[in-house]
Structure formats: C-alpha cells, structure tokens
Write a protein that binds this ligand. Structure first.
Ligand code: FAD
Length: 558
C-alpha cells in the first residue's frame, strides 16, 4: 500500500436500475423539503436515500423526545475526540436525528426563526449573495401556518403549523416576569420581535403531535409516482466521473448498491455528516484526505472547517417554600403523574406531554458590545438527577422533587471547530474538534452567561421560590472557577453549522447557488452551508434554506 490509499470496503457493487433527475441524500429537515419541492410539479424523478428508518409513536408524541435521544436506532452518536480540558478523557457525544425527518423527528420542536440581522450578515459579511433577511423572511413566512395568522414575521397557509402558546404552567408566568425584571421585553411571540426578549416558546406542534419534516413534507411527496424513498440506505460516497457527480454508493442491508443520477445529487445529510461524506468521496483538503487513505479528487480545504456551535450550560435549581410542590411540573413527569399526563395526552392531545422539554424562552445580550442578541435561555419547571457529565436535559432522569432548570446557550461564539475523516469507510470514526472557548471573547461570554442566569432565576417574582443551585453550585463564584466549570459541564447546543460554508470567495465550499465548487451536479442543502451565526435554533432556518434552495435548483433545471 505504497500510496497510502486504501480502497473503501464496500464489497461488490450492484447497479440499481432507474433514471433519477435528482437524488436527495438524507431525509432530514432540509432533505424532506427538497424532496417535496423538487417533485411537486411531477416533471422530475426524485430518489431519496435515508440511512435511518421510519417514524414511530415516540416520534409523534412531543415528550417522546426523552426516549428518542437514548435510542441508537433513532439517533447518530458522534464521539468528540478533543477533550474539554487538557489531560482529561474525551467523553463527549453529540447526537443527531436518524430516520425520516432527521433531527426534526427527535428535536425539541422549538420553532425559532433567527433574527433578520443574522441573514443580512450571511450576505454582507460572508458573500452569500441572495441570502439575506428579505429572502429568508420570505421563505420562513411561506413555510408557516401560524396560529396568530400572517404578519411581518409569520406566515399563514403554509405547511408547518406554528403555535406560540402550546402549553403553560404556574411557574411560567413568574419566569417571564423575572426576565422582564432583568430588562428583557415580555412578548407573546418570541419570533415576532428582535432583540432581548422573553416569552413562551413557539413550537411546531399541531393538535398535540410533533410536526416533523417527515410528516409535513415527505409524507405527501412519497405518494407521488415520481418519488421513491429508500430507508436503511446509508450513502458511503459520491461517485465523481468526468468532472461531475454521477452516482452514489449506498449500503443497504449490508449490500453495496450504486444509484446513477442523470441530473443533480443533493446532499442533505447535516452539518456533521455532509463534510465527512464529501471527504470520503475525495473532496476536501488533499493532505488530510491522503492521510485518511482517500485519493484526493477535488481540492476544497474548507470542507469540515469553520464549524460553529452553540455552547450551552444547564443549571438545575431546587424550588423552596410551602407552595413549591404545586408550582413545578415534576409531578407530571414522574411516577403516577406521568401516566395521568399520558392519559390526558391520549384523550385530549394537550398538557405537558404535548410539548417539548422547555416552555419558556428568552434571548439576551450578555457580552457582545453591539448589544445584539448573543445568548438564549430555556426554562423548565423541573430539574433532573445531576450526573458527572451534566447531561443538559436528561428527560429520563427527572428529579421527583420540585425544581427548575435554566439552560443558557451562547449563540455567537468566535471559536471555530473542525471535523475530518480518519479512513475511507463510513465506519471509520472521524476526528471532531469543537475547539470550544478558545478565544478570550468566548471565555468572557461564558462567565457573563452564568452570572446573568443566576440573576435571572433570582429576579422577582421567581427568586422567592428558588433554592439551592445544583450546577455548578454557589461555591463556584470567581470568574476562573465559573469558566472552569463551564468548560467541564457545558454541552454542545445541537446546532452545528458552517462545515461546508457557502460564499462567493474561491475558498468557500459551495457558491451562493449551493453548488459544490470544482465539479458539476453536486449541491449541498443543509445546515453545513450556513456561513454565519443563527441567533436561535436551527430547524426552521434549515427548512427555510431548503425552501429557497429548491427554487434555485428548479430554476437551473435544463
Ligand atoms: C436532540 C436535538 C434537539 C434539537 N432541538 C431543536 C429545537 O427544539 N428547535 C430547533 O429549531 N432545532 C433543534 N435542533 C436542531 C435542528 O433540529 C437541526 O439543526 C436541523 O434539524 C438540522 O437539519 P439538517 O437538514 O441540516 O440535518 P438533519 O435534520 O439532521 O438531517 C440529516 C439526515 O441525513 C441522514 N443521513 C446522515 N448520514 C447519512 C448517510 N450517509 N446516508 C443517508 N442518510 C444519511 C440522517 O439520518 C438524517 O435523516 C435539535 C437537534 C437535536 C439533535
């Protein structure tokens, strides 16, 4: 093996018959939107290849998220290779949704649109021509069927039902008042405003059921005669011939199959998998590919670089005082209360089981000098059994005692991470280096966030109910101690972006029409192309990105 290049162990290749105009790889938030939009006029044949399986009951029950995030059939587990502290073990795992709907089928269902200034920066700072507040607002509005109707930042009649008031509880009003006491603007709909604000989260939940990308977009599309969806099809690599993407090799039930494409191949495998899939296909940094035993075909060194994440710390508190037991939702999430809550959901499709992990949310500025939002809070009226890993939301370990959780996320970190393959096979574990808290700015932001969360929970009228802080604990008080605790106990925000960033510069991985540079007929449409910050959750932006991208693809149809 003098060249150092290993041949991936795909076994014998069987060619699949079929003449596809588009092959969409990955049926997640963006992939399902692409499949629906590209097939809608019936003129193109669309094949969707998804590594995971079909939805089940737990995907549809909103609180089913507790089971899903522990089920290896429903999630991908990516082991982070870089330890949080020098000398400690690398023990962190990142999860992503697996199966139709992708991460939208296992996520917290918080519908968060990001801020218009985020999208304007994609265009003005990152060269993503055409991607700005105007075009993304248009796409987001088109997606929505908002319970309050159409507005400047809401749509009506679209496929995704958005409800700004899914579920409330006795502590929620006090949480919102505490945020207001801190200077955050109390709002009915967190998406209708920008800037520091507090309110109930909007959710993509309809009549008590999760609205995943699979149910909303793929289900109607797959009944069309021009659409085929194959689940259990893990794509190993894109085949490049004569300067264009011509086919994909997928493993199905242990057999390797080749699917040829007459038109375009569209990667929608998410911000972690898409750069790895490109690298396995020989697209990336030449030296790094060579080290991994893959023959370099297209030199694109930024594949797998510039990874942004939202870094989060979950802080559980005990509730105190005589009325504490009535305030929290712990009784509906544990013991017999849980069964009663399930019964209520089964008969009325409402209550605590009909919502995600957190009801109350807020956006804040904790450190950036420009005053724009750089932090997000998630508040729940329960706490959980604390483990050494400080699992952010272990919904299977709810503490039966009254509690409260505030989870804070840093949204505009300046540290960038990377990921790359170590071998040619999909089974070769990648190297993942988030590089969290590498800059002074990010370190100061982490300390500011913890101090601000403490002020939040102790602000009136919430403060009088709040007792012991369980993580990191009141003894952690100096800046140095808070930073050390944050480094050790924080978790990724499940919002990775930027690993195949779009831009107008030659070093960007895709151009603003999302075409991979250096070859024809390969596009990327998922969170990996997002070039700048999203100051909020990433499901709605991923769907909006695909909504607009599908139109770009159709505009280029021969
Ligand atoms: C547990 C969790 C909770 C979250 N909570 C929220 C929330 O409340 N609100 C919010 O807005 N965002 C949330 N997010 C983030 C959001 O859901 C994701 O950012 C978004 O869904 C990503 O969309 P995507 O299309 O880029 O990728 P995904 O939706 O992850 O889709 C990728 C798809 O590709 C498939 N795939 C991967 N590799 C292959 C392969 N080799 N071959 C074939 N198929 C493959 C996967 O199985 C998956 O179906 C959460 C994410 C997670 C994981």
């Amino acid at each position: 093996m003098g060249s150092g290049i290993r041949t991936a162990s795909y076994g014998a290749q069987e060619s699949e018959p079929g003449h596809w105009d588009y092959i969409v790889i990955g049926a997640g938030s963006s992939g399902c939107v692409m499949a629906e939009k590209l097939s809608a006029d019936g003129k193109s044949r669309v094949l969707v290849l998804e590594a995971g399986g079909e939805d089940n009951f737990w995907n549809r029950l909103p609180k089913g998220v507790a089971k899903l995030v522990k089920d290896p059939r429903k999630i991908w587990l990516y082991q982070v290779t870089q330890p949080r502290e020098t000398g400690s073990d690398a023990a962190e795992f990142w999860i992503r949704g697996k199966g139709v709907g992708g991460s939208s089928s296992v996520n917290g269902m918080i519908w968060s649109r990001g801020e218009p200034a985020d999208y304007d920066a994609w265009e003005s700072r990152h060269g993503a021509t055409g991607w700005n507040a105007g075009s993304m607002t248009q796409a987001l509005n088109a997606l929505e069927d908002h319970a309050d109707g159409a507005g400047r930042f809401s749509g009506s009649g679209g496929p995704v039902h958005v409800d700004p008031q899914v579920h409330s509880h006795p502590l929620a009003a006090r949480m919102i008042e505490a945020g207001a006491a801190l200077g955050l603007r109390p709002v009915r709909d967190l998406n209708a405003q920008t800037g520091p604000r507090v309110g109930l989260y909007s959710h993509n939940i309809k009549r008590g059921l999760r609205q995943s990308a699979a149910g909303t977009f793929l289900a109607p599309a797959r009944h069309r005669p021009n659409v085929e969806v194959i689940t259990g099809a893990a794509v190993q690599r894109v085949v490049v011939a004569d300067g264009r993407a011509s086919a994909v090799d997928a493993s199905i039930s242990g057999r390797s199959r080749r699917f040829s494409c007459a038109g375009e191949i569209i990667l929608c495998t998410g911000a972690l998998e898409t750069p790895l899939l490109l690298q396995r296909s020989g697209i990336g940094d030449g030296a790094s590919l060579h080290r991994a035993g893959v023959a370099p075909l297209i030199a694109l060194p930024d594949v797998g670089r510039h990874m942004s994440e939202h870094l989060s710390l979950s802080m559980p508190y005990r509730l105190r005082g005589s009325g504490a037991a009535q305030l929290g939702v712990h009784r509906s999430l544990t013991g017999t209360g849980k069964y009663l809550a399930m019964l209520r959901w089964a008969t009325r499709r409402d209550g605590i089981m009909a919502t995600g992990p957190f009801e109350v949310g807020a956006f804040d500025n904790v450190h950036h000098a420009d005053g724009r939002v750089d932090a997000q809070y998630y508040l729940g009226a329960y706490s959980f059994a604390v483990g050494s890993d400080n699992d952010p939301v272990p919904l299977d370990r709810i503490d039966p005692r009254p509690g409260l959780t505030i989870l804070g996320s840093l949204l505009r970190l300046t540290s960038k991470g990377s990921l790359h393959i170590t071998g040619p096979d999909a089974g070769d574990a990648p190297v993942i280096e988030p590089n969290f808290l590498a800059t002074q700015h990010d370190q100061e932001s982490a300390v500011a966030l913890v101090r601000r969360m403490r002020r939040f929970v102790h602000a009136p009228p919430l403060g009088r109910h709040v007792g012991t802080e369980e993580v990191p604990g009141r003894a952690v008080a100096s800046d140095a101690d808070i930073l050390a605790a944050f480094r050790r106990l924080s978790s990724c925000g499940l919002h990775a972006t930027g690993t195949c960033r779009m831009g107008s510069d030659a070093a960007s991985v895709v151009d603003p029409r999302l075409r991979v540079r250096g070859l024809e007929r390969l596009r990327i449409v998922d969170c990996s192309v997002i070039p700048g910050h999203v100051t909020g959750n990433t499901n709605a932006p991923a769907m909006a990105l695909a909504w607009r991208a599908a139109q770009l693809v159709l505009d280029d149809r021969p």
